[in-house]
Design a protein around this ligand. Sequence first.
Ligand code: NAD
Length: 434
Amino acid sequence: MKLVIVGTGYVGLVSGLCFAEFGFETVCVDRDVSRIDSLKKGECPFYEPGLINLLNKHLKETKLLSLSTSLVNSMAGADIVFITVGTPTKKSEDEADLTAVYEVAENIADNIKKYCLVVTKSTVPVGTTKEINKIIEKKVKKENFNVVANPEFLREGSAISDFMRPDRVVIGCDSIKAENIMRELYRPLFLLETPIVSTTIESAEIIKYASNSFLATKIAFINQVADLCEIVGGNVQDVAKAMGLDKRIGSKFLHAGPGFGGSCFPKDVKAFISTAKKFDVDLSIIDSVNRSNLNRPKQIISKIRKQFNNNLLDKTFSILGLSFKPNTDDVRDSTSIMIAESLYKEGAIIKAYDPKAMENAKEILPNIHYSDSINESCIGVDAIIIATEWNEFRALNFKLLKEQMKDYIIFDLRNIYNEDEITNLGFVYCGIGK
Ligand code: NAD
């Protein structure tokens, strides 16, 4: 089978390389010329553990992967074409912007010459895949194509293993032929007994948004419980641990912190609310999740401000971690960046360090000081803010750092450290929900 993947970003590149790893001939297409050029040289445009090795393996050794800026050339002989372009929030409203998805669908329609599956892997609101069907139907005979919704659940930072060992694969389609082709595509996962959920196109589209919104709800929920703990003398980590031991609840996504960020949860939650509004359905639970999460960085700032008698002017902070989570350089909707920006706007001096995300952060926050190491970022600061839980922040040498700092305050926004241990070293410790 020949696969074409349109949109060579986090999802498109990982999918393309993992399909090549399954043994399929794969072409990754992107309109971004510099992105394709650097990929052709074996350079990854973003950081994802293990990706560079897979890229070089399938580009140079197996030659199963090719890269192109031309959909026209790539589509020749294609059996399956995946749409993996971005679906960001529209500028003016909370809806998903489907411009790129529909543009690609038009281009695909112009280039189908023999039977081909058109698969939406981008996260798209319910109804989008059927809309794509309509676009293609105008130009291509019905017997020459089928559409499929095959949402992607990989997480940045562990994208390859998530793709190769998924909890489930969702296939939404209304044709036996299409379903059989998709099952053949994912056959390498049968050995792992990966559940394949076959469903309608509409259900497949909803599954993705419902899953992300549910996970976002768990985070927003535990953050509000953390607020209560702080006031009444509870410890949110103990509360979450005991809650999570209940198998009906589960321990994942019950970590209180600075709120969820990243390229998916914030935009997907908003798009899901927007879909509900469009169909006049009450999704007020998700609406309040969104509102409480939007408020979360403001709450963190006010906590930090309080520690400095409500005056941040000329206070100096070291922010450790800028990516929205560890093991990625993705800073889209990162709460660390929001916090750094707010502190800066209030007159604070910000020094920051991140193992991988500083180049991306510089594009959004050019005015703060970027450090080459944890140590350097802590010289002369009043406080350290641990904003992202990268492994290298889990065993900080506090004795050494204390020697460099002006004042000794630790804001542990990820609850990595034990309060007593840090306090015994002579620091003021401010965790979340304890
Ligand atoms: P991305 O921004 O990293 O990549 C999108 C790519 O598409 C870019 O390289 C861009 O140049 C390219 N592109 C845009 N328009 C194009 C066009 N007309 N023709 C060719 N290429 C075009 O996006 P992403 O993070 O990979 O997300 C893609 C989709 O997958 C989104 O819907 C997202 O919600 C979903 N998703 C993302 C993740 C994740 O962790 N990033 C996980 C699951 C699902």
